[in-house]
Ligand binder design. Structure first.
Ligand SMILES: [Zn+2]
Length: 901
């Protein structure tokens, strides 16, 4: 068979494939390429390339002649190409393959999946023809383990490590030991798996043994090649390339400007921005985020038959980097190979001084023994290799001005002084405020409002105000003033006081209805550590509980029609003059006056909720792009001090879209249901079932006159928020406990209590004694829990209201109702100690809970039975002392079944 024939057959087949004649199919021409290999053989599959010529070959291949192994091999290779084509076409809007080649590859996958049904899975690109993408984040085992590095924080520790390497290697004195010195990127580790040069998978580090599959998102990162480049004989059969995904400073600043322009909260630092972008379910979002990648490690590497003789192995870390560069995989330009400790110190000094000058955030210097054979000799501990170390720079300290000290009311009413700082960049993020904990801390730190202060931050840690720069006070004494703790709550006006005599913390006693406390409680109950209600974050919580936050004091700063102010660079906006007779809108009553009503909310309740927003000042810059065309870019320069209201949960009124002929036809075919009332009123327009028509606009068009419905509907995030709230009704019991905002009770203890007592009813009735019997529950927490539930029983108490309302909505009852087993152990307390054969510690507990019993952690007089397994310790002794019946595993099973022994 000749290549000409191939091309001819291909065209003939395309023409005969039912395509309408006017679609020109570009002719594909096969080349010399892989003609010497048997089609469908392992070598043939490995040698395929993403070219038009090889797409022709795929189309000609009779998949029925393949064995299952080669079919899987071919599928993986072609699927990777189809997937990157889909990303390029649907998401990046920059196709890399011809349509004909893409179609040929897709057909090949479909034929493989038809012949070998095991290859057809829901994640196959054949199911994404319409351009719908979603990451499923499945856990995947790394072919070889991804270790993390040990950190050192001083030159002494680094020197100790260096000496230990020299000693362990028995390295001759005076002989140079090459090491690779690298800038430590503050990003996220990624494992890239290439098979025969094709990117097959991208995995997060996870726990180092298994990571999450984020391949779709990885494919959107421009600098990560879909196919390794360079000479074919340099491409291995299999390689794991490790590296770091990060966001460059310029991309990070740009992203934050966009976030702010769109009214969204900016990211704290590039690492958070990169992490958030990489963990998106929808790769379209990741694609807009301009992520970068530098390779810095090597996992498994296998050379295939193609490269035999040329690469037995890669000998050095730096040799691996050289290969990466040949393949088109980016490597940090800051890497240096050094041969002495003083050169390592020089690198540390250099980047210590230039931390702010390079393209990305960095937090240290990584030093690695370069020779891979020596790396193997040194080996690893259980968590980290011995041949590498990360030197972390000390916390960065910067000076800034302390503009003011205000107070903030927390979730449990604690009122904390907060330092308001002139925004300053420190260790990777802008710091504009930081907590001062309590009034005595302000005194202890000896800071005055107006001081120049030192702010410190290490890595991701919360910034800390260290203290004042005293020499800067000279001559400015008159401008400084002392902080005075207010006597009244800034949110509700209640008189502040310590909860108990001698407490350092000052509290607002108005727990039930203080808006600040309620907002914080709603934020907290929706957070990941409680109900995990996505889209109920800070902004939504404020809108629900305190929509008048940021309300202007007078009409002087109320500008209902100004949503942004555009200026030329350097220009000041015109002064604002409110129109005659302008009045502030009426105050809104919050839709939530306590968290009790949360689960009874409906989308309709939120229709008219508005929040205050400040109009930003935006500079319009005109630049000339690379193509010579004028381009306008927007730059947010700050707030204008003018405020307007915007709908918090529903969309702004907008004309409904006219249905296309196709949609109309589809609708005519579908059966009309009761939900479609709005549809029948405006048959030509897309009016969703949850939309409300607020007015009708009469329009004249070329086609004639028409009435266009103007609609509002719950915004996309609001609809998702309600879906999430429905899910939260069935949340695990420990999450319900955390959501109640009981002081001192966090997720770890809530889990212990929930798994031991099993139901909200049991927890409600538990005494301090019973609670402290649970391993890991201390008396303070126990008292706090009992105090909360006791207060809840008072008539009219808001806590009781919350419990009642949540129960009525089905929250917290699911766990107890889940069990369909006979409640043989109702009212009985059982302790399990030692190891059983048929049960793990947790499954034994569960078995007890499912039958209505309590699984306590320690033995007391109230214990009914103690189940004693192998290697039981003090609990068995204690049971014997107290004369409590002790059961073996067989008796335990009888007890579970019958409630007796
Ligand atoms: Zn208050």
């Amino acid at each position: 068979m000749t290549d000409e024939q191939l091309a001819w057959d291909f065209d003939a087949m395309m023409a005969g494939g039912g395509e309408s004649g006017n679609t020109a199919v570009p002719a594909l021409v096969a080349d010399e390429g892989i003609t010497h290999l048997a089609p469908g053989s392992e070598a043939w599959i490995a040698a395929l390339t993403p070219t038009d010529a090889d797409a022709v070959r795929l189309d000609r291949l009779d998949v029925d002649t393949l064995n299952a192994e080669n079919a899987a091999r071919l599928w993986a290779r072609v699927a990777a190409w189809v997937e990157s084509d889909q990303i390029a076409y649907y998401i990046d809007d920059a196709p890399v393959s011809s349509d004909a080649a893409y179609d040929a590859r897709l057909r090949c996958l479909q034929r493989l999946e038809a012949a070998f049904p095991a290859l057809d899975n829901p994640q196959s690109p054949t199911h994404r023809v319409g351009g719908t993408f979603s990451n499923d984040f499945t856990s995947v085992r790394h072919p070889s383990r991804m270790m993390s590095l040990d950190d050192v924080f001083s030159i002494e520790e680094l020197s100790d490590w260096y000496d230990s390497v020299i000693r362990d290697l028995d390295w001759p004195e005076g002989k140079a030991l090459p090491m690779s010195c690298e800038v430590k990127i503050d990003g996220l580790a990624l494992n890239l798996i290439y098979r025969n040069g094709v990117l097959e998978q991208g995995l997060t580090r996870g726990d180092g043994v298994t990571g999450e599959d984020i391949t779709l998102n990885v494919r959107t990162i421009g600098s990560i090649p879909a196919n390794l480049g360079g000479d074919k004989s340099d491409i291995p059969e299999f390689v794991e390339i490790r590296g770091e995904v990060f966001m460059r400073w310029d991309d990070f600043h740009e992203l934050n400007r966009e976030q702010e322009d769109a009214g969204r909260a900016p990211f704290a630092n590039p690492r958070n921005a990169a992490a958030g972008s990489l963990r998106q379910k929808d790769p379209r979002i990741t694609a807009t985020r301009r992520l970068s990648f530098y390779a810095h490690g090597l996992g498994t590497l296998r050379w295939g038959a193609n490269s035999a003789g040329r690469h037995d192995q890669v000998n050095d870390q730096s040799e691996a980097y050289a290969l990466y560069e040949k393949w088109g995989v980016p490597v940090s330009p800051h890497n240096r190979t050094v041969t002495s400790f003083s050169e390592i110190l020089a690198m540390i000094d250099y980047y210590g001084e230039h931390r702010g000058d390079i393209e990305h955030a960095l937090d240290g210097i990584v030093v690695k023994v370069d020779d891979l054979a020596l790396q193997r000799t040194l080996g690893a501990t259980s968590r980290a290799p011995r041949w590498a170390i990360a030197y972390k720079y000390p916390p960065e300290e910067v000076n800034t001005e302390l503009l003011d000290i205000t107070v903030q009311v927390g979730r449990t009413g604690r009122v904390t002084p907060v330092a308001i700082l002139k925004p300053v960049y420190v260790a990777g993020s802008t710091v504009a405020r930081t907590t001062l904990h309590n009034p005595s801390e302000v005194k202890r730190k000896n800071v005055l409002i107006g001081d120049t202060v030192v702010v410190r931050k290490a890595g991701d840690v919360i910034p800390e105000l260290v203290g004042p720069v005293l020499e800067r006070r000279k001559g400015r004494e008159n401008e400084l003033r002392e902080f005075v703790m207010p006597e009244r709550c800034p949110s509700c006006g209640a008189t502040l006081a310590p909860a108990k005599e001698g407490d350092k913390d000052i509290r607002c006693p108005n727990v039930e209805s203080c808006p600040a406390q309620l907002t914080e409680r709603v934020i907290s109950l929706a957070s990941r550590k409680a109900f995990d209600i996505e889209h109920l974050g800070d902004q939504s919580a404020i809108a629900l509980t305190n929509p008048e936050e940021n309300r202007p004091d007078s009409v002087a700063t109320y500008a209902p029609n100004i949503t942004e102010i555009l200026v030329k660079p350097g220009e000041e906006p015109e002064p604002y003059e409110p129109v005659e007779g302008l009045q502030l809108p009426e105050r809104q009553t919050p839709v939530l006056s306590s968290e009790a009503g949360l689960f009874a909310l409906t989308a309709a309740d939120l229709r008219d909720v508005r929040v205050w927003r400040e109009a930003p000042i935006i500079e319009i810059h005109e630049t000339v792009g690379a193509n010579g065309r004028k381009k306008k870019t927007r730059k947010r320069v700050g707030g204008s001090g003018l405020w307007h209201q915007v709908p918090a949960f529903w969309t702004a009124p907008a004309p409904a879209k006219k249905l296309t002929a196709k949609q109309l036809a589809a609708r005519a075919g579908a059966e009309t249901t009761a939900d479609d009332v709005a549809v029948t009123a405006y048959p030509d327009y897309d009016v969703p079932a949850d939309a409300v028509v607020v007015r009708v606009e009469h329009k004249k068009t070329r086609a004639g006159e028409t009435d266009v419905p103007v609609v509002v509907r719950p915004g996309e995030n609001t609809r998702k928020m309600f879906d999430e709230m429905d899910k939260a009704r069935h949340a695990d019991l420990w999450r319900v406990l955390v959501a109640l905002s009981i002081r001192r009770l966090g997720p770890p203890t809530a889990r212990l209590i929930a798994s031991s007592l099993g139901s909200l009813d049991a927890i409600e009735e538990a005494s301090v004694d019973e609670l402290t019997q649970i391993d890991g529950v201390g008396p303070e927490i126990a008292e706090s829990v009992v105090h909360w539930f006791t207060a809840a029983k008072e008539p009219g108490d808001w806590r009781g209201e919350t419990l009642r309302a949540w129960r009525a909505a089905g929250v917290g009852v699911a766990a107890a109702e889940k069990s369909t087993l006979p409640q043989t152990l109702a009212g009985k307390t059982v302790v399990v100690t030692g190891s059983l054969e048929g049960y793990s510690r947790d499954s034994a507990k569960e078995a007890i809970l499912e039958r209505g019993g309590k699984a306590a952690g320690s033995v007391s007089k109230k214990t009914d039975y103690v189940v004693v397994g192998a290697n039981a310790g003090s609990k068995a002794t204690k049971a014997e002392e107290l004369g409590i019946p002790m059961l073996d595993e067989a008796q335990f099973e009888t007890l579970l079944e019958t409630g007796e022994v």
